[in-house]
Ligand binder design. Structure first.
Ligand code: PEP
Ligand code: MG
Length: 756
């Protein structure tokens, strides 16, 4: 490439006044600037982003080389994407492989895939942020330090005129906004947070929580309905609910029980049906009679003292909607969620199951957050979810097309054809990725031939099939809480046995680690009254709950031991904080096994018993625990949360959630060493296990067993295969010698760039 003539570029900027007077509009002025800079930098792409402090948005305003339709449509927040980072941190960002950077933000409509060399400099005047100037090139590693210096100089020369242009454009936009409030107040690309990964493009439907009945009343206002019509509607509703119940039982045998049966029961409640009928007899139009009784019942449930019973108001509301649908005959298409993207303000775990049984494509959730069990369920059911605070989405017109990129957390309202096509391609590559999964080797080895085992994390029975397809060597973590979370009461020993037996049979003789009930924190049981807990994450959680309620604990253990008869099972306790807890829990297992034997019930009476390492408290007693425990599994999600005092569900502190904090890295080594010293098995089952950046470190400190969402197997197998163990050991030693978070951040940021 010819060396860039920076002097010339700077001179030309001096001729800006000419360009300014030439340009027919402010937009074309900005356009001229990018064309000129692109030419001088010998780059095919140059763009200007302007920063709007009132909305906090950086908006693409002019570009040479990217798709012009992206102008005004590509927006990002400060800190989002490489450009957002440059403006937020007021420093130039220059990278060789943009798409490999952890800050990279993909906007499919702009067509920047070809350009990997990337340089952004903030445009600043005094202390105020004006925007960013960006150049991109297809040649890797195109920009030198000298280029960065000159590019900075250009940006500072341009700052004043661009600031003026931004002000004027701002005035015009405000005027335009007064004329056309809707088009401008609804940005086309909305950034949210990923709740469950995937893509979807479909018509959106808003789950109308506020006035669920209004549309039916309006639709029916000129017609009259008899008691017979109402009775028919009740019958049809019951049939529909039965069908849904059957469907969900087939698909989700472990968690589906009672999801719709509670509603069917309500229809069988004579008082409920008779009160509506009495209203109709008194001359009330049937739809109004239904709404009056449904609202009265909702109110009754709302006023009840326990959370579980209060939740039933949603079931009543649902019944009301279904009755009205069947009475006034609004066609299913209008209310059918099948194939749609659902926009909802709040969701319960049972809702996500219902939505899955109705085959929804995706969910946009507009409440503040998503509990981890909701997110785990959505992931297992493969429903993409994005959480956003863009409440105007609740007002989206029916049938508006929406594209969800739940890999990046982006929502595209009325996406252009280009965007849809770009995503179709991305989706195709997901399909080929799936094929790559089928090509998984049954045994994983490092480059130098050391055997490593990949086990699956299983949340629902539904995952078993997936785990087997991905050739897992066993189940390293079965989260038993899901059948508990979704039901309306504690499942009996028998109900649990049926679920566990299906899992054992489904795994065809492979090892399964049953983790005992891990509820509390944000995984609450709606039917159990915890009382008020100021800090539920530090409350009556996990093994504490089980040891406090030994009857419930014993029922679960009996079900596991029975289901494990003749199989290779293990039992694992979550959140162990002391030797005493471990010994007490082990004693309950022994008692259960003895009781089953006495009762003559077939069971596995001596499964290996282990514990999760999730609390910093265990580090000082790790040797004693290793002696008493048959195995360890490191739950990095909670371990990091408690070690660093960072709520794993709180976005505001996400920056402090650092898996490679020196204390975490050193603690992991200590745990692995203790296990090795006592000849005990140790694995990692938290999300760190599916992050390829950490795999060489884990291998280097002695981990040979990983348990993770099997969808990540191909990626992790590849990483293991490309790791040379002696080298990994050396690197791990080096990392253990580092004491600065900033150093380790830099190391793992580099790895992300190199590896992805
Ligand atoms: C963990 O804490 O790392 C873990 C695997 O358990 P869960 O995510 O279910 O809390
Ligand atoms: Mg945990």
């Amino acid at each position: 490439m010819p060396k860039r003539d920076h002097t010339k570029l700077i001179c030309d900027i001096g001729e800006l006044t000419e360009i300014f007077s030439d340009a027919p509009s402010l937009e074309s002025f900005l356009q001229r600037i990018v064309e000129m800079v692109a030419e001088h930098m010998a780059c095919p792409v140059c763009s200007i982003y302007l920063y709007y402090e009132d909305t906090g948005d950086l908006v693409l305003k002019a570009t040479k080389g990217l798709n012009p339709s992206a102008i005004n449509n590509v927006r990002m927040k400060l800190g989002e994407g490489l450009t957002g980072v440059a403006v937020k941190e007021l420093r130039p960002i220059c990278v060789k492989n943009a798409s490999r950077s952890s800050s990279y933000c993909h906007f499919p409509e702009i067509g920047e895939e070809l350009y990997e060399s990337f340089m952004a400099v903030p445009i600043v005047r005094g202390v105020s942020r004006i925007g960013a100037l960006v150049v991109q090139n297809s040649k890797k590693d195109d920009f030198s330090e000298e280029d960065v210096r000159y590019f900075r100089a250009i940006s500072s020369q341009l700052a004043t005129v661009i600031e003026t242009a931004r002000l004027l454009i701002g005035f015009n936009e405000k005027q335009g906004r007064q004329k056309e409030p809707d088009s401008l107040s609804h940005p086309k690309v909305i950034q949210g947070r990923v709740g469950s990964r995937g893509f979807a493009v479909a018509q959106a439907v808003v789950l109308d929580n506020l006035q669920p009945f209004a549309k039916f009343l309006a639709h029916a206002k000129d017609r009259s309905y008899s008691i017979d019509d109402f009775t028919q509607a009740v019958r049809k509703t019951e049939e529909r609910l039965q069908a849904l119940q059957q469907q969900i039982e087939q698909k989700l045998a472990d968690v589906a029980s009672l999801i719709f049966t509670a509603q069917i029961l309500m229809l069988k409640d004579k008082a409920f049906v008779d009160t509506v009928a009495a209203g109709i007899r008194r001359g009330l139009p049937a739809p109004k009679a239904i709404v009056a009784v449904v609202e009265e019942y909702m109110k009754k449930f709302e006023d009840l003292p326990t959370a579980y019973l209060r939740e039933k108001k949603h079931d009543v509301k649902d019944i009301g909607i279904k009755l009205l649908e069947n009475l006034v005959g609004i066609s299913d298409e209008e209310n059918d969620l099948r194939g749609k993207i659902v926009i909802a303000e709040e969701l319960l775990p049972s809702d996500i199951l219902k939505l899955s049984s109705q085959d929804v494509r995706g969910v946009l959730l507009l409440s503040g957050g998503m509990t981890s069990h909701l997110s785990i369920l959505a992931r297992s059911l493969e429903i993409p979810v994005i959480i956003s605070d863009a409440r105007h989405l609740l007002k989206l017109a029916p049938s508006t097309m929406v594209l969800m990129d739940a890999e990046e957390g982006k929502i595209y309202v009325e996406p252009s054809e280009t965007i849809v096509k770009a995503f179709a391609k991305k989706d195709d590559s997901r399909l080929s990725w799936k094929k790559a999964c089928e090509a998984m080797k049954p045994a994983t080895r490092t480059k130098d031939g050391t055997r490593v085992r990949l086990y699956a994390n299983v949340n629902l029975l539904h995952d078993v099939q997936i785990a087997r397809e991905y050739k897992c060597e066993g189940v390293g973590l079965y989260r038993t809480e899901f059948p508990f979370i979704v039901r309306s009461d504690f499942p009996s020993e028998e109900e649990q046995y049926v679920v566990y037996k299906k899992l054992v049979d489904g795994m065809g003789g492979k090892e399964i680690v049953f983790r005992t009930l891990d509820i509390g924190g944000d995984k609450v049981l709606s039917y159990y009254d915890y009382g008020h807990e100021e800090n539920p994450f530090l409350g009556l959680r996990s093994i504490r709950f089980s040891l406090r309620h030994k009857d419930i604990f014993a029922q679960q253990l009996r079900a596991i031991l029975r289901a494990g008869a003749g199989a290779e099972i293990r039992i694992m306790f979550p959140m162990i904080s002391s030797l005493d807890e471990l010994l007490e829990a082990k004693q309950v297992v022994r008692e259960c096994a003895a009781d089953l034997k006495k009762e003559g019930i077939v069971c596995h009476s001596t499964p290996p018993i282990g514990m999760m390492v999730e609390l910093p408290a265990v580090l000082e007693i790790i040797d004693e625990l290793a002696e008493e425990s048959d195995f360890f599994s490191i739950g990095t999600n909670d371990f990091i949360q408690y070690m660093l005092a960072v709520d794993r569900t709180n976005e505001k502190v996400a920056d402090f959630y650092l898996p490679h904090h020196p204390s975490i890295l050193r603690s992991l080594k200590k745990i692995v060493d203790a296990a090795a010293k006592h000849g005990k098995d140790v694995s990692v089952c938290g999300d760190m296990a599916h992050d390829e950046r950490y795999v060489p470190y884990f291998l280097g400190i002695g981990i040979r067993k990983f348990s993770l969402d099997p969808r990540f197997f191909p990626k992790i197998q590849k990483t293991v295969e490309s790791t040379n163990l002696p080298e990994a050991v050396r690197q791990a030693q080096k990392l253990l010698g580092r004491d600065r978070v900033s150093d380790l951040n830099a190391v793992f940021e580099r790895k992300a760039k190199a590896g992805s």
